[in-house]
Design a protein around this ligand. Structure first.
Ligand code: ADP
Ligand code: MG
Length: 561
């Protein structure tokens, strides 16, 4: 056909296809979920664009996804009358992986890791999952609002190449035909397909239909009746009590483009001055681009059920960027844009309410220590950015933090500040901490000697962000947080009177020695002092109270300052 062109998949697509076909074999039914999800997204996009120009519906505003199969031809077809694609879109969307950083991430994977089905969830399996069950995939599509001759056909056997050609296509939207592999013929079956639609796509607000064909005879024509198979109501609009855990989980996978189950969620309808519904989820795995500037973040924004934007970043602070979900506002205007969102005072109010909501959700999750530990291991160091970014919630965030301490003497960060406070000694004035480059460096620091001797617990900080965190978290539950390597250490009432006296006498007796150190070290130090902190090491270096810490210095140096 006209303008046929054969192109190679981007290297990462080839790797991803390989990874997917090998790791998802036992889970291959998910291809249907992914293709329906894309069809529903395409309908959402068309509905949004049609707000400005309802000519884009081309007379067919009845948005839907249709599924058909043909057991003789061994095909399953998923079709939508959504926005569709032009030739450029097809090449960009079905030949590459848009997320930056994917190539680097894939390179880092060892052969062992590549067998892990969960890794694939990092990408959202998406369109390419068709190749788990099909040895050839054919896509026919046309962008809504373009002439019929601008249809495009894409086909591939998933082996490194695909072809695109111009076709004539009367309908806008997209049709995907899967030519099933011999061992996947089970999917060309009405009962199987219907049950998969119910299992995975009930929560999608677009109807998913399947045909029933009544063969005609001499007197009657063959008729096709379409039956809507899924519930077809946006999940967040339904009452909480009527939504099952499985439905919440399935919806998460659609919204977050994730393959794994979420850890927890929080579904709320807010009425009053501002009216909106939010459904927030905590994923169980960090995406590989969590720390990349351009990594995907934000909530899916709807206004009065109409999809508006995929990654609306304005509704949550950066330190909660791992939270996924939906917000559906009744007050915002339907033609709201990212720019407007940035300035809208309503959005600011929603943001602070949603932030509290998200923190409360984490607080509840903390009741389940195993689940919370899972959360912490994935996202803890992001949450540690919180006190710096969100001063007003720092106490709440402080309660959600987990650390290693000398109490457990383990690198696992699983102790809360509340745990620490509960173990504080009589007369102890502060929560003590030390920051080092690694857990072992913290644990073996000579500064700890006096604390170990006196049985006082010390928080052992060893994450890159810890110093940043501690410059913004100076207090918790009324207790000062004190760096044990800085300034003059006052252990308060824990030192007895005799001890204090002995310390003073000791200091006096060593004045001569101190003077010789001062002369020898000269300009290299600000001060030399006799210390009572050490029980085994002869000497240690301390920072003045208000000086920038070692980690921060290194960060600043690395940043060229
Ligand atoms: P994701 O849905 O996470 O973006 P997919 O691999 O599922 O990733 O799809 C890749 C892209 O291909 C989509 O973002 C979309 O732009 C395009 N696409 C896929 N299926 C359709 C469809 N049915 N209609 C329109 N565009 C589609
Ligand atoms: Mg998708």
């Amino acid at each position: 056909s006209a303008q046929e062109q054969t192109l190679g998949f981007q290297t990462e697509v080839k790797q991803l296809l390989h990874l997917m076909i090998n790791s998802l074999y036992s889970n291959r039914e998910i291809f249907l979920r992914e293709l329906i999800s894309n069809g529903a997204d395409a309908c959402d996009k068309l509905r949004y664009r049609a707000l400005e120009d309802d000519g884009l519906y081309e007379g067919d505003a009845d948005l839907r996804v249709e599924i058909e199969f043909d057991s003789e031809a061994k095909t399953v077809t998923v079709r939508d009358n959504g926005v569709g694609m032009n030739r450029e879109d097809v090449i960009a969307n079905l030949g590459t992986i848009a997320r930056s950083g994917t190539a680097d991430f894939l390179k880092q994977l060892s052969g062992e890791q590549q067998k892990d089905a969960k890794l694939i969830g990092q990408f959202g399996v998406g369109f390419y999952s068709g190749f788990i069950v099909a040895d050839e995939v054919v896509v026919r599509t046309r962008l809504a609002g373009t002439p019929a001759e601008q249809g495009v056909e894409w086909r591939s056997r998933g082996e490194g190449e695909f072809t695109v050609a111009d076709i004539e296509r009367a309908e806008h939207g997209t049709e995907i035909v899967l030519h099933l592999k011999e061992d996947a013929l089970e999917f060309a079956d009405e009962y199987r397909l219907k049950s998969l639609v119910r299992k995975y796509s009930d929560h999608i607000d677009v109807p998913v239909r399947m045909p029933t064909v009544q063969e005609g005879d001499e007197e009657t024509d063959t008729t096709i009746t379409w039956e809507t198979v899924n519930e077809a109501q946006a999940l967040w609009t339904r009452p909480k009590s009527e939504i099952s855990e499985d439905e919440y989980k399935a919806f998460y996978k659609h919204v977050a483009h994730d393959f794994s189950d979420p850890l927890t969620w929080s579904h709320n309808r807010v009425e009053g001055k501002l009216e909106y519904t939010s459904l927030l989820y905590v994923p169980s795995r960090a995406p590989f681009d969590l720390y990349q500037r351009e990594g995907a973040r934000g909530l899916k924004l709807y206004v009065q059920r109409v999809f508006i934007i995929d990654d609306a970043e304005q509704f949550l602070p950066l330190y909660l960027r791992f939270v996924k979900g939906v917000i559906d506002s009744n007050d915002l205007s339907l033609n709201v844009s990212r720019e407007i969102l940035q300035q809208d005072p309503q959005v600011e109010k929603m943001k602070s309410a949603l932030t509290r909501r998200a923190l409360d959700m984490l607080g509840k999750l903390a009741d389940d220590s195993e689940a919370y530990q899972n959360f912490w291991n994935q996202f803890g160091s992001v949450l540690k950015e919180g006190p710096a970014e969100d001063y007003s919630n720092r106490e709440k965030i402080g309660g959600l933090l987990r650390f290693s301490t000398t109490h457990t003497d383990s690198a696992t960060q699983d102790q809360s500040l509340a745990d620490y406070v509960g173990r504080m000694q009589e007369g102890q004035k502060a929560i003590y901490y030390i920051i080092a480059d690694s857990f072992n460096a913290a644990r073996h620091s000579p500064h700890l000697e006096i604390f170990r001797k006196k049985g006082i617990e010390v928080v052992l900080l060893h994450d890159r962000v810890d110093e940043w965190l501690m410059t913004h978290l100076s207090e918790f539950d009324g207790h000062q947080l004190t760096d044990i390597t800085r300034g003059d250490l006052d252990l308060g009432d824990i030192d007895s009177e005799e001890e204090k006296q002995a310390q003073q006498e000791n200091a006096k007796a060593r004045e001569g020695l101190v003077e010789r150190f001062r002369e020898a070290l000269g300009d290299q130090v600000q001060e030399v002092r006799v210390t009572h902190r050490l029980t085994q090491s002869p000497a240690c270096v301390v920072l003045p109270e208000n000086e920038m810490g070692y980690q921060m210095r290194r960060l600043m140096e690395a940043a060229g300052q």
